[in-house]
Design a protein around this ligand. Structure first.
Ligand code: ATP
Length: 234
């Protein structure tokens, strides 16, 4: 279980995220929804220690990890799959995956690669190819697999559907459902309403850097909280 309490992130005079408190439970996909510029990406980056926080407490499975740097957070079980995938296009798929297990011994890295290849057969078949040769959807799957290489308890995922065809979005959705089913928590920033409806049990709505609603996705849609947020009115 991830608990974030009172997270605030400011960039100079701009407070991008203000007093955000949220939870994400194991075995579920929890959404963070909101309009462009609402503070969704900054929330993930703030949780993962990639931007300085003005306030905030981050607790993972009862362990206070607030003071941890990014590397220590990954070791504690918190992985980030950033916006735009950020693969190394000239490196092979396997070498991209190994980046996710940086600092682990050879045996552990081999074991985790085996786990990824068992889960995604086509990744194994194409492991020696440069990542840049893959389609957008395949690159997204490899980016998610790279996050799984750290054997996380929680994956923070930023807009995995961005730039993908509907078929590729479905494939990514399927992969995320499997990951949650295996017991990992997923905290998902996503603008694709269909994917949110398919995957997320509950969601937090954020507007102008603050949480404005929380509930099941069905409740949020019924109450108009999600469409309002997407239109930038929330
Ligand atoms: P999008 O869906 O467009 O990615 P978002 O909800 O993820 O939007 P953020 O990227 O978190 O929103 O941005 C929240 C606010 O913080 C915006 O006003 C943005 O301009 C500002 N911001 C984000 N990153 C920085 C930065 N590095 N320096 C200055 N301002 C920033």
């Amino acid at each position: 279980m991830l608990t974030v309490e009172d997270l605030t992130v400011a960039f100079g005079p701009t407070t991008a995220v203000r007093g955000v408190t949220l939870h994400a439970a194991p075995g579920t996909v929890t959404g963070i929804l909101g309009a462009n510029g609402a503070g969704k990406s900054t929330t993930l980056l703030g949780i993962h220690g990639r931007v300085p926080r003005s306030s905030g407490r981050i607790v993972l499975d009862g362990q206070d990890v607030t003071g941890h740097d990014t590397r220590a957070l990954v070791r504690a079980g918190l992985a980030l799959c950033p916006e735009n995938r950020r693969l190394f296009p000239g490196l092979t798929i396997e070498d991209n995956l190994l980046v996710g297990a940086h600092g682990q011994g050879r045996k552990v890295r081999r074991q985790r690669l085996r786990g990824i290849y068992d889960r995604f057969g086509w990744v194994h078949a194409r492991r020696a190819e440069p990542a840049g040769r893959l389609s957008g959807g395949q690159q997204q799957t490899v980016a998610i697999a790279r996050a799984l290489m750290s054997d996380p308890r929680l994956v923070l995922l930023d807009e995995p559907s961005s730039g993908l065809s509907p078929v590729a979005v479905d494939e990514v959705g399927e992969a995320l459902r499997d990951i949650a089913r295996a017991g990992t928590a997923v905290l998902l920033v996503e603008q694709n309403v269909r994917l949110v409806r398919q995957l997320c049990s509950t969601a937090w709505v954020i507007a102008h850097g603050e949480i404005t609603a929380h509930g099941t996705v069905a409740e949020l849609f019924a109450a108009g909280a999600v469409s309002d947020a997407y239109l930038g009115k929330a």
